[in-house]
Design a protein around this ligand. Structure first.
Ligand code: ATP
Ligand code: MG
Length: 253
């Protein structure tokens, strides 16, 4: 009999907007896929940037309907061994809808659990908030990875993210943890960028990944071509950095 996989569910999360969550979910997913892993990407953001980056717009079956219980999750294969659960703009009302039912924090876990065993990794791209959807993501995950933009005020707000994580661990998901922080849009030439790396390493007990994702235009261009970085520009700094980060994640979990 074919051995069942033990999916590792990981949230990519930071409530600060535009720090590289979606770019990272896509390219860590594609990186793990390149390293031979079977990956599912789940788009949990009503902006649906992840879905659109693979050319999936307003699909009839999506995360919104599945969270409402209208149908079961149906992953869409975009590349061999890389599947997606797309989002839709309708998702913006889901938090209000879910909160009227019991156990609202567990709905995502309930619908993802039947897929556990089919993938090596399930990556959740979360919205820029610490609302009910992000809490659902943390409840369903083994760990969260935090992209942090290498800029002034990047650390502001990190405290509240760490607070929510410890509440989740205490009250809802005892095995949950922050797996690590990684820097995005990094520019070695900027003194400020280098000092941010030192200050997160010094001020938080959370691990910091060695790999820094450098500022790289190809990473911003790839989604408009509906490609991940390895298919769009395999020789770019972006491809090199996301492959290194994927290798670090592989060793971690
Ligand atoms: N390393 C990078 N180099 C250059 N551009 C980048 C890099 N990482 C992300 N970007 C660009 O920055 C913008 C924000 O990135 P992204 O959408 O991944 O952030 P996000 O955290 O998911 O945003 P949101 O909070 O809105 O969901 C996008 O235009 C993306 O293409
Ligand atoms: Mg995003």
């Amino acid at each position: 009999m074919k051995q069942k996989k033990q999916s590792k569910v990981i949230s990519i999360s930071n409530h600060k907007g535009g720090v590289g969550k979606t770019t990272s979910a896509i390219n860590i997913g594609a990186g793990l896929n390149k390293l031979g892993k079977k990956v599912l990407l789940v788009d949990l953001d009503a902006q649906a940037n992840l879905s659109q980056s693979f050319g999936l717009k307003e699909q009839p079956k999506n995360i919104y309907g599945a969270l409402r219980g209208d149908y079961v999750l149906e992953p869409i294969t975009v590349i061999h061994d890389l599947d997606i659960i797309p989002s839709t703009r309708n998702l913006r009302t889901i938090e209000a809808e879910l909160s009227t039912g019991a156990g609202a924090e567990f709905v995502l876990k309930e619908i993802i659990d039947p897929l556990i065993g089919q993938y090596d990794y399930i990556l959740l791209d979360t919205p820029p908030s610490l609302g009910l959807l992000t809490i659902n993501a943390f409840v369903a995950s083994k760990m969260a990875l935090i992209p942090l933009q290498s800029e002034y005020l990047a650390l502001q707000g990190l405290e509240s993210l760490l607070d929510i994580s410890s509440q989740i661990k205490r009250r809802l998901n005892p095995t949950f943890k922050i797996g690590g922080i990684f820097l995005t849009r990094y520019d070695q030439r900027k003194m400020l960028n280098r000092s941010i790396f030192d200050s997160i390493s010094d001020s938080f007990s959370t691990p910091v990944f060695k790999t820094k994702i450098r500022e790289n235009i190809s990473l911003a261009e790839a989604p408009t071509n509906e490609l991940d970085i390895f298919r769009y520009e395999p020789k770019s700094n972006g491809a090199e950095d996301y492959l290194n980060l994927s290798n670090e994640i592989l060793k971690l979990i």
